[in-house]
Design a protein around this ligand. Structure first.
Ligand SMILES: [Zn+2]
Ligand SMILES: [Zn+2]
Length: 361
């Protein structure tokens, strides 16, 4: 049986999204049907709408979600109806070359629901990052539904499913930030501020937030930045060196995804330090660096995919830290909105007015 519910569809490249009635099938083997309670508006949803990811229109958007398991299909053992879950876009397969090497956070064959959600006329919808949660019901592979403490507020918890996990993980998993480290985070939107919160959780001594927008730098301080730099007025590389005894930081996290900010991260780190790229570049971007500098400065240049997270390990942990008052997830929720306000939320996001708009159902 298919369930008719409202969902947010991106129908054509660059066109405003619309709320339509869609059909969500009941779960088949290995699948779970989740009643979505909250879903954050992420840049990636906007990238889908702009055709910047693939051209498989129409898309069902939404992927930073939490909700209650409604039904499960045959052979599902990790969740049961009534469980409170965060949806993950990584559900390790256990059998690909990376999983077999014991590195499931790089899984190359992450699982998704086999059945498609469709328009009422049967047109299949491509679900954003294999989720599609700007809808009252979402059909996912059961492994994508990660059980967490139900005491968490759904609108805060859902954010751990994407952007906030990307930032926390960029600092903790990919950057390996540890006690006493100095850290710079370039770009203080949702992901960057989560990296700042992650650096603080990991015990960093100096945390420098860099952005061109004073409003975002104010947020950075609230999440734990010990210093902020407005790079519109100040050379951030020099300012970061000045704050670190002339040396640069141990870990420089690039949360913008542009060549110029990557170059800032590259030169703002200390010798043998780590650069983490978590900002997502677009296809035409290129970077040129003196190869001798790449060699001579040593250290590590890494990319962080989804914060190199293992959802079953990391989501419950971060939700527990949040419930203990040690991770301020609530602060990322700038506003709650209804399903028909997603297009408006994209514009607020582009203007930098919000950390996260979150659809509540
Ligand atoms: Zn795998
Ligand atoms: Zn996202």
């Amino acid at each position: 049986m298919a369930n008719a519910v409202k969902g947010v569809i991106a129908g054509a490249k660059g066109a405003p999204v619309s709320v339509e009635t869609i059909l969500v099938p009941d779960p088949g083997p290995g699948e779970a049907l989740v009643r979505v309670q909250a879903c954050g508006v992420c840049h990636t949803d906007l990238h889908y709408r702009e055709g910047a990811i693939t051209n498989d229109f129409p898309f069902l958007l939404g992927h930073e979600a939490s909700g209650i398991v409604e039904k499960v299909g045959p052979n599902v053992t990790n969740v049961a109806p009534g469980d409170f879950v965060i949806l993950a876009w990584r559900a390790p397969c256990g059998t690909c070359r990376s999983c077999l090497r014991g590195r499931p956070w790089y899984c190359f064959a992450s699982r998704n629901a086999q059945q498609k959600m469709t328009r009422q006329d049967g047109t299949p919808l491509a679900a954003a990052i294999g989720i599609g949660a700007f809808a009252e019901l979402a059909l996912v592979a059961a492994g994508q539904a990660v059980k967490v403490n139900p005491a968490a507020r759904p609108e805060a918890a859902g954010l751990v499913g994407c952007g906030i996990m990307a930032g926390l993980g960029a600092a903790i998993n990919t950057g390996g930030v540890s006690r006493g480290d100095s850290v710079a985070v370039i770009g203080c939107g949702g992901v960057g501020n989560a990296a700042i919160a992650g650096a603080k959780l990991a015990g960093a001594h100096t945390i420098i937030g860099v952005d061109v927008d004073d409003r975002k730098l104010e947020w950075a301080k609230q999440f734990g930045a010990t210093h902020t730099i407005n790079s519109r007025h100040t050379d951030p590389v020099q300012a970061i060196r000045d704050l670190t005894g002339g040396n640069g930081v141990n870990v420089a996290i690039e949360a913008v995804g542009k060549p110029e900010t990557y170059r800032q991260a590259f030169y703002a780190r200390d010798h043998a330090g780590t650069v983490v790229l978590v900002g997502v570049p677009s296809p035409e971007m290129k970077i040129e660096l003196p190869l001798l500098e790449v060699f001579g400065r040593g250290g590590v240049l890494r990319s962080s995919w989804y914060g190199d997270c293992l959802p079953t390990r990391d989501f419950p942990m971060f939700i527990d830290l949040y419930l203990q008052g040690r991770l301020d997830l609530e602060r990322f929720v700038s506003e709650t909105i209804t399903l028909d306000k997603v297009e408006e939320a994209f514009h607020k996001m582009e203007r930098g007015e919000v950390l996260r708009s979150v659809v509540v159902f």
